[in-house]
Design a binder for this molecule. Sequence first.
Ligand code: PRP
Ligand code: URA
Length: 237
Amino acid sequence: MPSDTTTTVPGEPDNALGPESRVHLVPQTPSLIDAHTRIRDRSASRRDVLVHGRRVIRLLLEEAVGCLPHDEVRVVTPAGHTYVGTRTTDDVCAVSVVRAGEALEAELWSIAPDVRIGKVLIQRDHVTKQPSLHWAHLPDGIQDGHVLLLEPMLATGGSLMAALDVLNGAGVADDRIIAVSILASPQGIEHVTRARPSVRIVTSSIEERLDEAAYLVPGIGDFGDRWFGTEGNVTWL
Ligand code: PRP
Ligand code: URA
C-alpha cells in the first residue's frame, strides 16, 4: 500500500537554546556523557576513541537529521493498523571538512545510506590558526536541497566560515545548512552565528573556552589525530 506524504514545517526541537536559537545541543543524557568521558580521557586507547566516538557521533547525527524538514507519513503496520508518523526529507547532501569531518561519514551512511557526500579540504595553520582552503568537490545539485556540514571541531570558527563560503559559492543558502560539530566553543558559535545567523549548528557539547593555542577546553585534544591515529604536523608535499 503506498504511503501518503504531506510536507510539514519542522518545529524547533525541545532542546534548542531558546526559542530563536539556531544552536541545538544534543540532550545531555547519561549515555552521551559516558561516551564523552571515555573519548576525552587522555589515556583512552585507539579502540575506545573509535568505539565511544561513534556513539557520540551517532547521537549527534540523529539530532542533526531531526532538524531537517520532514513529511507526515501514514504507514500500515503488519497488524493492519495505520501508524501516522514522519519521515525526514531525502533532499539532503553532506559535506565533510577534510580531514576530521570524514570521521562522521560512516555513521551518517549507516543512518542514510543514499546520502551523497562532498568534501572541502581546509587546513588550519598550527601557528596563525588561520584556515586555508585547498579544494572542494561537491555533489551536483547541492544548492537544491539541505546540507549537513560535517565539521567536528568548532574552535575559532574560521574553518567553518571558510566551508560556508564554499557552499554559498555553490549556491547553497545559509538557512539550508546545518553545521554538525562534536565540540563547539562559545567563541566559535558567536563568530559563526553573528556572521551567518541563518545557519544552524548542532553540537554535542559547548565547551568552556579556547586556550592560547585555540584548542577547546576541556576539549578532546587534536580530534583528527586521535581519530585517525596520527601525530604531529601535516607534511606539505
Ligand atoms: C581542525 C578541526 C577543524 C578545525 C577547527 O582541523 O578538525 O576542522 O581545526 O578549528 P577552527 O574552528 O579554529 O578553524 P585541522 O585543520 O587541524 O585539520 P584536521 O582535520 O586534519 O585535524
Ligand atoms: N582542532 C581540534 O582537533 N581540536 C581543537 O580543540 C581545536 C581544533
